[in-house]
Design a protein around this ligand. Sequence first.
Ligand SMILES: Cc1cc2nc3c(=O)[nH]c(=O)nc-3n(C[C@H](O)[C@H](O)[C@H](O)COP(=O)(O)OP(=O)(O)OC[C@H]3O[C@@H](n4cnc5c(N)ncnc54)[C@H](O)[C@@H]3O)c2cc1C
Length: 169
Amino acid sequence: MQRALRRLNVTLIPETCVGVEVGALLLANGARLVCDAPVLAVGTQAPAWLADSGLALDEAGYLAVNAFQQSTSHPRVFAAGDVASRVDAPHPRNGVHAVRAGVPLLANLRAAMQALPLKPYTPPPRTLNLLACGSRYAIGTWGPFSFEGRWVWHWKDRIDRAFVARYAT
Ligand SMILES: Cc1cc2nc3c(=O)[nH]c(=O)nc-3n(C[C@H](O)[C@H](O)[C@H](O)COP(=O)(O)OP(=O)(O)OC[C@H]3O[C@@H](n4cnc5c(N)ncnc54)[C@H](O)[C@@H]3O)c2cc1C
């Protein structure tokens, strides 16, 4: 991905941004970076209200859940997706994990309401990551492997369009 950025004449500055001014960014190392169009990679953050909820959280403040997508402290609370952290099987936060965990989440919510046994869910050990780079070019990763090209973009485009089409009315 760094190679692709260099090809596109994008300068990557791996420094934390601590402030934004008109026409400039303030960096953690004390520098003031004058720029026209900054692009910041912000990552995810746990919702602030979780901190006061009394629910068990992981070290980053996300809701700690077990193999049933159930809060490790409050058995009547279930969660999946970005807000949750599987403490028994940590995995990255992304749409693939969020969507897949939705099915067992629903099943276990129903089971809990009917006092039936809960079923454990095993998240996939790796997910397909496809990053569009513009100009119909994309980079993909699958575990330790990476690949790139126009064919990867077309693959991603097909997957994305098929996913969105499922929600078309
Ligand atoms: C710009 C961007 C690009 C991304 N691209 C990809 C990608 O290409 N592939 C991929 O796999 N993942 C991608 N992701 C990550 C992916 O979007 C998330 O992992 C996924 O959406 C998580 O799903 P979720 O249902 O857990 O949370 P969300 O999709 O964030 O849904 C949470 C919902 O809860 C609502 N909500 C929040 N607080 C409250 C409240 N207090 N009361 C009521 N409702 C509330 C929010 O409004 C939101 O609708 C991307 C994320 C971003 C930001």
